[in-house]
Ligand binder design. Structure first.
Ligand SMILES: [Zn+2]
Length: 407
């Protein structure tokens, strides 16, 4: 073959390789459909038995926090109760959406920490709707000589908080609950909540696991907040109150060690919904924390909820946090801010044996895949160029020429 013929052949092969590479790259626009067709989607797993839906209400209480969870076994949980000015609106929401005008009570109330924007109206709520088990932080209520009824229950070297609002909620907790426990992820008597009489795999089985706090005291009041994951029908929702750097780092560290219940946090572990810590402050939601709870693939369907007030003076949510989410591939439509959309209702529904996450009546399609079409395309393009350009080039050099060169 003459030199000019070889050049022409090389050019032709280069064009063919580029066309194939472009076709492969174009297929990335259909990643979703291709992964479904190849059966790589996790949702094509074994059908689930029918069971009731799980409903999580992230209630708009302005620059504060309150969630109510309706569990599939009809038990009810409240996490935090807004600020002192939220009582009327919060009770009205609970009256009309949870108990529908009937008498009732909460099976669980969780006060994540002692700040006013979380405990402010919880005393009013539990005075109206009494509680079976109340979870309190490991912080003594010491306002104006108040004798905290739970002093003997507190662990190790606890701190004490001298505010009226915290004293009032602790006082109300002991008056309106069957039992009060101190939140402690190491305490096996209260660090997991499951339905009574059901086993894993049964219809309606769920778990709420507490992963932090594991220390008795923290520098910042916010860090007493538990990181909890609610899991139902393979879907996971994370709550973390106002947990900040210290608590998140503790969680990431334990997840890396992978001992005991932390063994679930392998590289494939993902959650479906994250309630962002501390109203979307940049002192929470560190990249390491978010990476522990997601995979690069899962971020496209991840739902992030931010509880914050319109025009709040803290600038929550912080642009840095929103940029972090965008960088991870979280879709703007899947970031739900209570200052913009008001209260948010997230349900986990099981239809035809498939569980799905529904946000304000809109189903979120899971993009969690066992294998990645994107990675496959990169490998195929590399192989394409190798087979069409490089291999024939190597083969085209005669053996005698190679020998000659060596001389
Ligand atoms: Zn807060």
């Amino acid at each position: 073959m003459s030199k000019s013929q070889r050049k022409r052949h090389l050019l032709l092969r280069l064009i063919i390789a580029i066309v194939i590479a472009l076709l492969l790259a174009g297929s990335l626009f259909f990643t979703d459909r291709i992964e479904s067709a190849l059966g790589w989607k996790e949702d094509s797993a074994i059908p689930l038995p029918n069971a009731k839906e799980l409903r999580v209400h992230f209630i708009d209480v302005g620059q504060a926090d309150s969630c109510v969870i309706e569990l599939p076994d009809d038990r009810k949980m409240i996490i935090d109760g807004g600020d002192v000015d939220a009582a009327a609106g919060l009770i009205d929401y609970i009256d009309s959406n949870i108990f529908e005008g009937q008498d009732g009570g909460f099976d669980f109330a969780i006060l994540t920490h002692s700040d006013a924007d979380h405990c402010g109206s919880l005393d009013d709520v539990i005075s109206r709707y009494p509680v079976e088990v109340f979870y309190r932080p490991n912080v003594l209520a010491s306002y104006s000589g108040f004798d905290d009824p739970g002093k003997e229950q507190l662990n190790g070297e606890y701190s004490s908080k001298n505010t009226k609002v915290y004293k009032e909620v602790i006082d109300a907790a002991y008056k309106n609950s069957d039992s009060v426990v101190v939140t402690d992820a190491d305490d096996d008597t209260c660090n997991v909540i499951r339905p009574e009489g059901l086993q894993q795999g049964d219809a309606g089985y769920y778990e709420i696991n507490f992963f932090t706090p594991t220390k008795d005291s923290y520098k910042d009041w916010n860090d007493y907040s538990p990181i909890m994951i609610l899991e139902y029908a393979g879907k996971r929702i994370v709550f973390s109150g106002d947990a900040e750097k210290e608590n998140e780092a503790e969680f990431v560290d334990l997840a890396k060690k992978g001992q005991g219940k932390f063994s679930r946090f392998d590289e494939n572990f993902t959650v479906d919904v994250i309630k962002l810590g501390h109203h979307g402050s940049d002192t929470s939601s560190s990249r390491e924390y978010l990476d522990t709870l997601t995979t690069p693939d899962s971020c496209a369907s991840l739902v992030a909820v931010i509880s914050c007030g319109a025009g709040n003076s803290y600038g929550h949510p912080k642009p840095e946090v929103l940029a972090r989410l965008a960088d991870m591939g979280v879709k703007e439509d899947n970031i739900l801010r209570t200052d913009i959309v008001g209260s948010v209702l997230i349900s986990v529904k099981i239809e035809n044996g498939i569980a799905s996450v529904v946000v304000n009546d809109k189903t979120i399609t899971t993009v969690r895949s066992r294998h990645s079409w994107k990675k496959t395309v990169i490998i195929l393009i590399t192989v394409d160029f190798a087979v069409i350009i490089i291999l024939p080039e190597l083969a085209a050099v005669p053996l005698s020429a190679k020998k000659k060169r060596r001389k």
